[in-house]
Design a protein around this ligand. Structure first.
Ligand code: 13P
Length: 244
């Protein structure tokens, strides 16, 4: 299994930010781990020109049609991108996306030849109530389609309360959750579930990357804020390479 560090630029980035990617491509073009930047649709073509692996942040479940403002997986692939995120908590919460929709978006991504990063994560209230594993298992059951394979799919665990807050679960908590997710994936997908990458996301930065990447069943990270600047993202890539 090749480890993966993926940046998620969210609703950030204009032409002025493209040099950040050129810097990353120069420094990490031959990285021993997969490096992907998922960016806004407006920039994807130009991001792909840097030679880095690029992804969309979301896609529509249909391949084309009368869906004003939406972007299909085929359109994302047409930019030169090779990845797409589905089920990010900001889509689940801000756009009322449910597991069934997220599953159909994952299938759309595969049909367009994209590798799909499916996100799951519990809210702070669910965490405090001790419901984390129940929530995550249900999200996995319903938002990962049966056809998922290790080659086409990566799972990203992002506790909602850790996103953009500077808070993270303890190393013990991340370990316990990822171990449980692995057991659940293997029960459903067998060997494919053993080989499917499990990313951690939520306030990953250079200062905590080493500790997080040392944990069993953490096969990389999905990084928001710290992916926007090459000087912040580069040491995270280096930390994952050192752990691989
Ligand atoms: P932060 O790294 O900014 O906490 O964001 C995590 C995230 O949501 C990545 O998808």
């Amino acid at each position: 299994m090749r480890k993966l560090v993926a940046g998620n630029w969210k609703m950030n980035g204009t032409s002025a930010d493209l040099p950040q990617l050129n810097a990353l491509a120069d420094q990490h073009g031959d990285a021993s781990v997969d490096v992907v930047i998922c960016g806004p649709a407006t920039l994807l073509s130009r991001m792909a020109d840097t030679g880095l692996s690029i992804g969309g942040e979301d896609c529509h479940p249909s391949s084309s049609g009368a869906y004003t403002g939406d972007i299909s997986a085929a359109m994302i692939a047409d930019t030169g991108a090779t990845y797409v995120i589905t089920g990010h908590s900001e889509r689940r919460t801000d756009h009322n996306e449910d597991d069934a929709l997220i599953a159909s978006k994952a299938t759309a991504g595969w049909n367009a030849g994209l590798h799909v990063i499916i996100c799951i994560g519990e809210s702070e209230a669910q965490y405090r109530a001790g419901e984390t594993l129940d929530i995550l298992r249900a999200q996995m059951d319903q938002s990962i389609p049966d056809a998922a394979t290790a080659e086409t799919t990566t799972i990203a665990y992002e506790p909602i309360w850790a996103i953009g807050t500077g808070l993270t679960p303890t190393a013990e908590e991340i370990s316990a959750v990822h171990a449980a997710l692995r057991v659940h994936l293997e029960a459903r997908f067998g060997a494919e579930g053993s080989a499917m990458r499990l990313l951690y996301g939520g306030s990953v930065k250079a200062s905590n990357a080493d500790e997080i990447f040392a944990l069993a069943n953490v096969d990389g990270a999905l990084v928001g804020g710290a992916s926007l600047k090459a000087t912040d993202f580069s040491p995270i890539i280096t930390a994952l390479e050192a752990s691989a």
